[in-house]
Ligand binder design. Structure first.
Ligand code: C5P
Length: 274
């Protein structure tokens, strides 16, 4: 672009600075008044980071090896999940959070064996899932407009679902994949006595991915930490702020690998898709 002074105007790749190349050859760099990528016409240029919490010990699996590195179809479980995010055009960067003792294994796995270009680093997660996500949010500060959070233990997330969650984030600041409850649901006492049958009509079973405007989810996590609140997903932290969360239809294939039976189902699916 030529400016009125006859110089050239360019934008650096993050779009935060206007650079004026004066006819004299002098370069003047000036910070834009409005973040250009936050304007409506530039929304498609939002920088999207995928946070993949995968630091769980997987106790319900009954094995010593952390769940992320259990083999599924001959490759470690987490690699399946990362590959699905790698395949999404809208995702710019993928940040996995793994068990502290597995950081070097995964750094090596990703750098040498998996060739995942969007994974630039691997970080150690925290004591609880929410701590792992918070560590990831802090690590990408200043580098993300939107963040899409997905359990490393859900390796069969359809890339189409990731894309759809991100598309909805254009209209809604907080989006969660979910399935309508398909079975009868009852409230049961500790003594296993049925207390009541719940109307399943408005009930949805929540999955990941969940995608958010970065500043919103960071704020929600900070508030939860201040108040020592732990939720079972990230959307619940946003709900506490009184901000609406939009549900989109997830996928039955997007189940979480939790027990040895889930691993058998996973192997069977991979065989079926071969
Ligand atoms: O424990 P849960 O099955 O809900 O874990 C969901 C996801 O969160 C898994 O991918 C797991 O590895 C991850 N997680 C984590 N850090 C923890 C505990 C769980 O990243 N401390």
């Amino acid at each position: 672009m030529i400016n009125t002074l006859g110089g050239r105007i360019a934008q650096n790749f993050r779009g935060r600075f206007w650079v004026f190349f004066m006819p004299t050859g002098r370069v003047v760099e000036r910070r834009s008044r409005v973040h250009p990528r936050r304007t409506m016409e530039n929304r498609q240029m939002m920088r999207v980071v995928a946070l993949i919490p995968a630091a769980g010990r997987g106790r319900r699996m009954g094995r010593e090896t952390p769940k992320a590195s259990l083999f599924l179809g001959g490759i470690p479980l987490l690699r399946h999940t990362l590959q699905r995010f790698e395949a999404c055009n809208q995702v710019d960067e993928i940040l996995p959070l793994v068990s502290p003792k597995e950081v070097s294994f995964w750094t090596d796995e990703i750098g040498h064996r998996s060739k995942l270009k969007k994974v630039q680093r691997v970080l150690a997660g925290g004591a609880e899932r929410q701590d792992s996500v918070f560590l990831g949010l802090q690590a990408i500060a200043g580098n993300a407009d939107w963040v899409i959070i997905h359990d490393g233990a859900r390796p069969f997330v359809p890339p189409e679902l990731i894309e759809r969650a991100l598309s909805e984030t254009r209209r809604w600041k907080a989006v969660a994949a979910a399935l309508p409850a398909g079975e009868t649901i009852k409230e049961v006492s500790l003594a296993k006595e049925v207390l009541k049958t719940v109307d399943r009509g408005p009930l949805w079973i929540i999955q990941t991915p969940q995608s958010f405007e970065y500043s919103l989810i960071l704020n929600a996590h900070e508030k939860a930490r201040e108040e020592r609140f732990y939720g079972t997903d990230d959307a619940s932290l946003v709900e506490r702020l009184g901000i609406p969360v939009r549900v989109i239809e997830g996928s039955p294939f997007n189940f979480k690998i939790t027990t040895p039976e889930d691993l058998i189902l996973g192997e069977a699916l991979l065989q079926y898709w071969k």
